[in-house]
Design a protein. Structure first.
Length: 298
């Protein structure tokens, strides 16, 4: 059985190094494809030197292709290498030694399931859930995540397996069949909604997505009121939201999406900006993303 892990790096040496160190302690060893998304620093070169004795293929992109464009290069390489599974791992995510093993166990015994993911905790708040399984929510045309920001001790994690509509691609184990049958990530997304869109395609095709609560990973991200209110984040959150809607739904849903964008999401983003003490002018990037999301060719 061949499992390929794909890690995408952009200007992040310390967290990427820690990500690899955790991965290399896994009970199931995988072939690693490391992709640098045209970093402006020497982070990936340092990683290549420090891990030169490990079984890692390094790819250096000549431009920043965003998340979907970057990982698609790795997925294609994995498929050409006859992968049975692809393990997608954010470079700021850390797995426990048995995380892959637990995800693999449940995918192996369920023919209809294509993706499995763990409970992902905040790295700096070890018992607080960042992401778990999610369901499609028509009210916001997006995912509703179970146990979001709930405090759960590791010994209290459920052994029940949930069939869900969405898992964050921060940590995914995916059957290679998923990409062969349904295609790769949609590259018109640059950041955000690429994983939600892929999950939507998986469920629409009649396959299952499994949330494995007692498998664990950690996400080393900063204050959400800062990370999600930067110019880049606000722009891409808005842009990708409307690309997702236009790609998958009709005009009536688009009109509804525009309404909740202005009357629900925009006040929430303003609240986050103020709470994170960011520049209120950042909201202009949010509206720029809205405009570009409506006009980007699909």
């Amino acid at each position: 059985m061949k499992i390929y892990t794909i890690i995408l790096n952009y200007n992040n040496y310390q967290k990427t190094k820690k990500c690899l160190e955790h991965l290399l302690n896994s009970t199931i060893r995988t072939k690693i494809i490391f992709i640098d998304n045209n970093s402006s620093d020497d982070s990936s070169l340092k990683i290549k030197e420090e891990f030169r004795n490990k079984d890692i293929d390094f790819i250096f992109n000549k431009e920043n292709l965003g998340y979907p464009g970057g990982v698609n290069i790795g997925i294609n390489k994995a498929i050409k290498g006859n992968a049975d599974y692809v393990f997608l791992l954010n470079n700021d995510a850390y797995v426990l030694p048995d995380t892959i093993e637990k995800l693999l166990f449940h995918l192996e015994k369920n023919e209809k399931a294509l993706i499995a993911g763990p409970t992902i905790f905040y790295y700096h708040k070890k018992n607080i859930v960042w992401q778990a399984g999610g369901y499609f929510n028509w009210l916001k045309i997006g995912p509703s995540v179970m146990f979001k920001n709930k405090r759960i001790n590791l010994d209290k994690l459920s052994k029940k397996i949930f069939k869900v509509d969405f898992l964050s691609a921060c940590v995914w184990l995916v059957k290679a069949k998923a990409f062969k049958d349904l295609g790769l990530f949609y590259e018109k997304f640059f950041l955000y909604y690429d994983d939600f869109d892929f999950c939507y395609r998986v469920r629409k095709a009649g396959y299952e997505i499994l949330y494995i609560p007692y498998a664990v990973a950690y996400h080393d991200l900063g204050d959400i009121t800062k990370t999600r209110t930067s110019n880049i984040a606000l722009y891409n959150l808005a842009r990708s939201y409307f690309i997702f809607i236009r790609k998958n739904f009709n005009l009536l849903v688009l009109i509804y999406g525009m309404a909740i964008f202005f009357f629900f999401y925009t006040p929430f983003r303003i609240y986050q900006i103020l709470k994170g003490k960011q520049n209120i002018k950042n909201i202009l990037y949010w509206f720029k993303g809205f405009s570009d999301g409506l006009t980007t060719s699909l």
